[in-house]
Design a protein around this ligand. Structure first.
Ligand code: ZN
Length: 140
C-alpha cells in the first residue's frame, strides 16, 4: 500500500470514526467558513471554533473540463457548491461521464484518493508513490 498524505492539512477531521470536512464558526458574527482560516473572512475576528460540516452539498453551477489540468486526467467535472446553506466552495465531482450535474442537485461529500504523486525518498534513495487524500463530491 502506498503512503498517504492529505492534500491540505486541517480540513478533514475524524467525526466519531468517520472523516468529515472541518470548517470554522465565528462566535462574533455567527458565520461559518471553509476552508479553515485563522481570522473570520467576514468580520476578521479571531474568535473561531472548529466545527464539522455536513456531508451533503447543493450544486450552484458545474462544468466539465476536457483539457488536461494536472494532476487530474480529463475529462473531470468541477462544481461550485453551497454547504450548510452558507458556505460556497468548489470541488471535483466524481461521476460517470453520462451523468449530468445541474444547479440544485444534491451531492454527497466523499473522502479518498485524489491522485498519486511521486517523490524522491532521500533515505531509501528511491522514488516512492504517495496517495494524496482529499474530498470530492458524488451524485446522490
Ligand atoms: Zn466573524
Amino acid at each position: 500500500m502506498n503512503k498517504q498524505r492529505y492534500f491540505k492539512e486541517g480540513i478533514i477531521g475524524d467525526r466519531n470514526g468517520t472523516p468529515a470536512l472541518m470548517g470554522r464558526h465565528c462566535t462574533d458574527c455567527g458565520k461559518k467558513s471553509f476552508p479553515p482560516t485563522e481570522l473570520c473572512p467576514y468580520c476578521a475576528s479571531d474568535k473561531l471554533e472548529t466545527v464539522f460540516l455536513g456531508d451533503e452539498v447543493t450544486v450552484l453551477a458545474a462544468t466539465t473540463t476536457r483539457a488536461p489540468v494536472p494532476p487530474y486526467d480529463p475529462p473531470f467535472t468541477l462544481a461550485i457548491v453551497d454547504m450548510e446553506d452558507e458556505i460556497r466552495t468548489i470541488g471535483r465531482v466524481e461521476k460517470d461521464e453520462d451523468v449530468m450535474v445541474r444547479k440544485g442537485d444534491r451531492l454527497a461529500v466523499k473522502f479518498g484518493k485524489l491522485y498519486e504523486e511521486t517523490v524522491f525518498n532521500k533515505k531509501t534513495k528511491a522514488n516512492e508513490t504517495i496517495d494524496v487524500i482529499g474530498y470530492y463530491f458524488v451524485p446522490k
